[in-house]
Design a protein around this ligand. Structure first.
Ligand SMILES: [Zn+2]
Length: 378
């Protein structure tokens, strides 16, 4: 279906019905390698390089990119870490991560500082709202009213993440709380895309498979299964108006690795029409690729899924707060065997087309929502 068939008024329509024609976008004609669906411009201290340096780094390499902050900021709690001020969530065991609106304000500020022609190359996403606050939808509405014409969607929104969600002040987001639905009802009302991170499992749970004694003790003989897979799928299913991009090849991360059945779980979800609004990202390659294309068998299973669902996979770097191409390109290079296996057309689809389709539609929907809900903050 072509874009023209998707009227602006159809915000609440299932958005995955709307497809952009192949290779239609202007930015696609250049020599750039990919669109980046998963790029953080700030770190856990809300610092990052000037946006102009990021645009310079993109020249001839990255066609378009999302501009994401990090939803949370890591505090320095001297009672836990004395004089050591952690800059990454793995460096402390304090409950020091907190939602910090300055992360979103900085994203909007940096976007607005760009000249008009550069703004077309970037898609700012909002993220710094508290998933445990059923009123967080009000934060979202205020931010959209405060910076109209800025946001292209939402992300990266963290639900479960190893060594991270449990450090959020006030405790980890719950997959069973009505608050997550209240927040995503607002995002769905806007018809905006959301990049979501939810580990499919707790760290090291899978390792019990290789330890019969531990398995007998902790799993009472039952085979371990991914703890968060089903509750997160239930959440996704409840929000069909939000085009969701489930990060890291469906929730992998450090010490959260795919089960042997991961590809089967993925196939089942993508085949189910209740999840037609869900896409999968290939971001955080240096951490994820070593488990999903590490053997000829895994490489083939991954490529076969992309062949079967070419519109559902999307590339992202998950690089953060850097304008150094030598660093950023590592996320792309690590998938080289996959690009080779897929061939140029499918690779193009994953690297470029799916981004344009999802984020152009999301941006149009957010502009339509703004027009339908005019409100000036004064
Ligand atoms: Zn992530």
């Amino acid at each position: 279906m072509q874009i023209g068939l998707c009227s602006i008024g159809s915000v609440l329509l299932s958005l995955t019905m709307c497809f952009a024609p192949n290779r239609a976008s202007a930015e696609d004609t250049g020599k750039c390698l990919y669109n980046d669906e998963h790029f953080h411009i700030q770190d856990f201290k809300a610092d990052g390089p000037p946006i102009t340096e990021i645009l310079k780094m993109m020249e001839g390499r990255v066609c378009r990119t999302t501009l994401m902050a990090l939803a949370i900021t890591v505090a320095h709690d001297p009672l836990i870490d004395r004089d050591f001020a952690p800059i990454y969530y793995t460096q402390t065991d304090g409950q020091v991560a907190y939602y910090n609106a300055i992360q979103d304000v900085l994203v909007a500020h940096k976007f607005l500082a760009l000249p008009e022609q550069d703004r077309a190359r970037v898609d700012p996403l909002m993220s710094a709202f508290n998933l445990k606050d059923a009123r967080a939808g009000e934060y979202i509405r205020k931010m959209v009213h405060l910076y109209p014409g800025v946001w292209s969607g939402f992300g990266e929104i963290h639900f479960k993440k190893q060594e991270f969600s449990e450090k959020i002040a006030g405790g980890p987001p719950s997959l069973y709380s009505p608050s997550i639905d209240a927040v995503f009802d607002v995002i769905g009302e806007m018809g905006a895309a959301a990049v979501v991170h939810c580990d499919h499992d707790t760290p090291y749970n899978l390792a019990l498979l290789n330890d019969p004694a531990a398995q007998a003790l902790f799993s009472q003989g039952r085979t371990p299964s991914p703890q968060y897979l089903e509750p997160f799928k239930a959440f996704l299913k409840r929000h069909p108006n939000v085009p969701m991009i489930w990060a890291h090849f469906m929730g992998n991360g450090r010490n959260v690795q795919p089960y042997p059945e991961h590809w089967k779980y993925l196939d089942e979800m993508l085949a189910d029409s209740g999840f037609k609004h869900v896409s999968i990202d290939l971001s955080w390659g240096p951490v994820v690729a070593p488990y999903v294309i590490d053997t000829p068998e895994h490489l083939k299973m991954t490529a076969d899924l992309i062949r079967k669902y070419p519109d559902r996979f999307i590339y992202g770097s998950d690089q953060g707060a850097t304008a150094d191409w030598n660093v950023v390109t590592k996320s792309y290079d690590v998938w080289e065997p996959l690009w080779k296996e897929l061939g140029p057309d499918l690779t193009h689809h994953v690297l470029k087309d799916n981004y344009v389709r999802i984020f152009d539609q999301s941006k149009r929907n957010m502009r339509a929502w703004e027009r339908a809900h005019p409100q000036k903050i004064e």
